[in-house]
Design a protein around this ligand. Structure first.
Ligand code: AP5
Length: 188
């Protein structure tokens, strides 16, 4: 049973590494950003609501995000473990996740924080913008997403540090090197 969180600023490689870790442990990688983007593409009411915030680099309100995560974690494939990418992002999301897990008599095993400096993540995301054109990857919105991360989400690492779950991992270098560091951090 493996329940993991991956945190880090936009562009730190959460999604890239989440899929590798998930394959290794045979657990689903659950990205709130990906779920929102799928809903935006399908034009669902959730997508229409989320798009208002995502396009500006703001967080989608907890009232929307929390119920979506509760629903996803109740799916059968998440019963034997999961890797959450991009959730929790606020103190209230931490509390909500605690509540969901306590109802399931479950707990988090490890919280991986990918550490990459700001100019490196900006340049990764501008490169992605040029190659893939993700709508929230304009320089202005990227810098706002990063600011919001350091203001609201990075402080959550202290919460998991106090629970002895948080591990900082250098997110620079090749994807393979970062994956090897994460594997070590999970085993530690
Ligand atoms: P989300 O999709 O989570 O976006 P993000 O946090 O901004 O992260 P990114 O997807 O941009 O980057 P990443 O860290 O996953 O890196 P990646 O592997 O893609 O969220 C989007 C939006 O949804 C939010 O802004 C918010 O509006 C909303 N949202 C989501 N969750 C929410 C929540 N819980 N509450 C409220 N709102 C929420 O890599 C980035 C690039 O770098 C890629 O091109 C990749 O190929 C490249 N790369 C990866 N690793 C390396 C490496 N080692 N070296 C060089 N390049 C690399």
């Amino acid at each position: 049973m493996t329940r993991l969180l991956i945190m880090g600023p936009p562009g730190s490689g959460k999604g890239t590494q989440a899929s590798l870790v998930a394959a290794k442990f045979d657990i689903p990688a659950i990205s709130t950003g990906d779920i929102f983007r799928a809903n935006v593409s399908e034009g669902t009411p959730l997508g229409v609501e989320a798009h208002k915030y995502m396009s500006a680099g703001e967080y989608v309100p907890d009232s929307v995000t929390n119920d979506m995560v509760r629903d996803r974690l109740s799916q059968p494939d998440a019963k034997s473990g999961f890797l959450l990418d991009g959730y929790p992002r606020t103190v209230s999301q931490v509390d909500f996740l605690d509540k969901i897990l306590s109802e399931q008599h479950a707990s988090i095993d490890r919280v991986i924080e990918l550490v990459v400096d700001v100019e490196e993540v900006v340049s990764r995301l501008l490169r992605r913008a040029a190659e893939e054109g993700r709508p929230d990857d304009t320089e202005e919105v990227i810098r706002h997403r990063i600011e919001l991360y350091f203001e609201q989400t990075e402080p959550l690492t202290a919460v998991y540090d106090a629970r002895d779950l948080h591990v900082r991992v250098d997110g620079t270098g090749s994807v393979e090197d970062v994956a090897a560091r994460i594997a070590e951090a999970i085993d530690a």
